[in-house]
Ligand binder design. Structure first.
Ligand code: GRG
Length: 294
């Protein structure tokens, strides 16, 4: 087991405990759906980026637990809403029935809404993570701003809107694809990185650099995801992009070109890492995202 695995296990334990404490009404269907959505077997990539970046400033990665949790919550809600029949209509997620299949459409919609709103409370209320008390109120408002910008109409939701618009159309180019993925996938990963940097006490210019680093990692991550579409290891229905005529990197390029593209974006991201950080563990982790099969 690597040190990054230790960190993932540590975070997963705290996250799971937080979920069970926060939505504990066993009779409420909504609480059951929220727990189901948040406890799915995700890779926790966005959380780990935030924790490792905080750590690269010589700080305890636990200082970024509230950021990591809030980002994972927004990510989980986006997957649940993306799977709804009105969007990608996927019945499998994280290797098991999607939220609306396990519960019902209304409950899946409401659970996603609740998770999105509650994610912001995690950033400002000290009751959830005691470490958050060490983050100043000014920095907490910066965390809220990062997450709001990345999730809303100038970030992930905008990217999702463009994705829906272009599905099934043919008159696109690489720029169209970049706009979709910069927003749909890159913005939230960019926020995770910027939030890890804020939690680590980084300067303004470093925070901006991390936002762009995360966005590039997100684009590379998406390209790898597109290349893996036919595989059964992603935890969702295999071949879904192709059958739905989704605009992906595989629509424009051959698989080896898509992987080269992902490698180039990753190299550009690593080149932007501020030199005043100790980022060995982080760089190793980013490299592993390229060779992932899940
Ligand atoms: C519905 C508002 C709204 C937004 C949806 C993020 C998104 C936008 C849709 C999810 C579908 C998708 C393929 C997104 C691309 C990003 C991506 C590869 C998501 C899967 O992320 P992983 O692999 O998932 O990190 P786990 O399950 O490991 O957390």
């Amino acid at each position: 087991m690597t040190l990054v695995d230790d960190l993932r296990n540590d975070f997963s334990r705290v996250f799971s405990d937080f979920v069970n404490r926060s939505w504990s009404d066993s009779k409420a269907r909504l609480h059951g759906a929220i727990r189901y959505c948040l406890e799915g077997d995700g890779k926790r990539t966005r959380a780990l980026l935030a924790l490792l970046i905080c750590e690269s400033y010589g700080r305890n990665p636990r200082l970024a637990f509230s950021s990591a949790t809030a980002v994972e919550m927004v990510h989980a809600y986006s997957l649940a809403h993306d799977d709804l029949p009105c969007m990608d209509d996927d019945s499998m997620r994280r290797g098991r029935p999607s939220l609306h299949v396990a519960f019902d459409e209304c409950t899946a919609l409401l659970a996603g809404d609740a998770i999105l709103a509650d994610a912001f409370r995690v950033l400002v209320d000290e009751e959830f993570f005691s470490d958050a008390a060490f983050i100043s109120l000014t920095d907490r408002s910066r965390l809220v701003r990062e997450l709001a910008l990345a999730s809303g109409g100038h970030g992930m939701v905008y990217g999702q809107d463009r994705d829906m618009y272009w599905t099934g159309r043919n008159d696109f180019n690489l720029e169209t694809l970049e706009t979709i993925h910069r927003n749909k996938t890159g913005a939230l990963i960019g926020a995770a990185c910027a939030m890890g940097a804020i939690s680590g006490g980084a300067s303004h210019s470093d925070i901006s650099a991390w936002r762009e680093i995360g966005t590039l990692i997100g684009i590379a991550f998406q390209a790898v995801d597109d290349a893996l579409d036919g595989s059964t290891t992603l935890g969702k229905t295999p071949g879904k992009d192709l059958s739905q005529k989704k605009l992906t990197y595989m629509t424009l390029f051959a698989r080896n070109q898509v992987m080269d593209f992902a490698r180039e974006k990753t190299e550009s991201a690593i080149a932007l890492i501020p030199s005043n950080t100790r980022s060995d563990r982080l760089i190793e982790f980013i490299g592993r995202l390229l060779s992932r099969q899940t």
